[in-house]
Ligand binder design. Structure first.
Ligand SMILES: C[S@@+](CC[C@H](N)C(=O)[O-])C[C@H]1O[C@@H](n2cnc3c(N)ncnc32)[C@H](O)[C@@H]1O
Length: 218
């Protein structure tokens, strides 16, 4: 599984836009919905906050919003923290390097973008969803984007072709083909809805689709 440590962390910001078609658009669409639904002084939980992409943009949208940045990789969060300091927003962000189970928040919204596809469907995905549920208010929306199970035989190849156009090297394309088999635990829509229902979430609504990547608001 991807560890997001060392070089994987330091090179993340340069690489991710070659690896996820529509990466910027996914974030723009997610942020626009938060802007449309949240009031001043909202508290946003960002699960798998990585290098801080979500928080850096959201902090600029509303100066009163506060954030919890959770991630299992201290290396990713260290990069995020440096960026928060640079942007002068570190007093609005609580960092948590470790499991989400250790938190007890009442957040107004939660984001989990490009994270849960790395978590196995052996009880771990369900535990992650339960932990998100227990850290948000009753009416809070959750935004989840994952690589889903392929729906056509040519979808993954098309994704690699798209990433090549976005600047992914030949070696990167070979890695991507391998990673599709070994790094991800993609769900189909039925199983995703079933897990959400088991965790007392409502029906997911699709708001982003780029080949295998689907973004849902719940
Ligand atoms: C592809 S990055 C996405 C980062 C950020 N959300 C973005 O959109 O750029 C995936 C992140 O999820 C983190 N991660 C993986 N498994 C996790 C888990 N079970 N709980 C929280 N974070 C996790 C990784 O450490 C990594 O920082």
């Amino acid at each position: 599984m991807a560890q997001f440590t060392g070089e994987q962390a330091t090179l993340y910001n340069d690489r991710i836009t070659h690896l996820v078609p529509g990466y910027e658009l996914l974030h723009q669409l997610t942020n626009a919905q938060l802007q449309a639904t949240l009031n001043d002084n909202a508290h946003i939980l960002v699960v798998g906050a990585g290098t801080g992409k979500e928080i850096l943009a959201l902090a600029a949208i509303n100066a009163s919003w506060k954030f919890t940045a959770q991630d299992t990789s201290p290396d990713m969060l260290a990069i995020a923290q440096a960026q928060f300091e640079q942007q002068g927003i570190s007093d609005r962000v609580t960092l948590h390097a470790g499991s989400l189970d250790q938190l007890s928040l009442q957040a107004d919204a939660a984001l989990c973008l490009l994270v849960m596809h790395f978590v196995e469907d052996n009880g771990d995905k369900k535990q992650l969803l339960k932990s998100i549920k227990s850290n948000i208010k009753k009416q809070a929306h959750v935004y989840i984007c994952d690589l889903m199970k392929e729906e056509t035989l040519f979808e993954r190849e098309a994704q690699i072709n798209t990433c090549a156009k976005l600047g992914l090297s030949e070696a990167g394309q070979v890695n991507m083909a391998q990673n599709f088999k070994s790094e991800f635990y993609p769900l189909d829509r039925m199983r995703f809805s079933e897990l959400l229902s088991e965790c007392k979430f409502s029906m997911p609504k699709l708001y982003f689709k780029a080949l295998g990547f689907s973004g849902y608001v719940i």
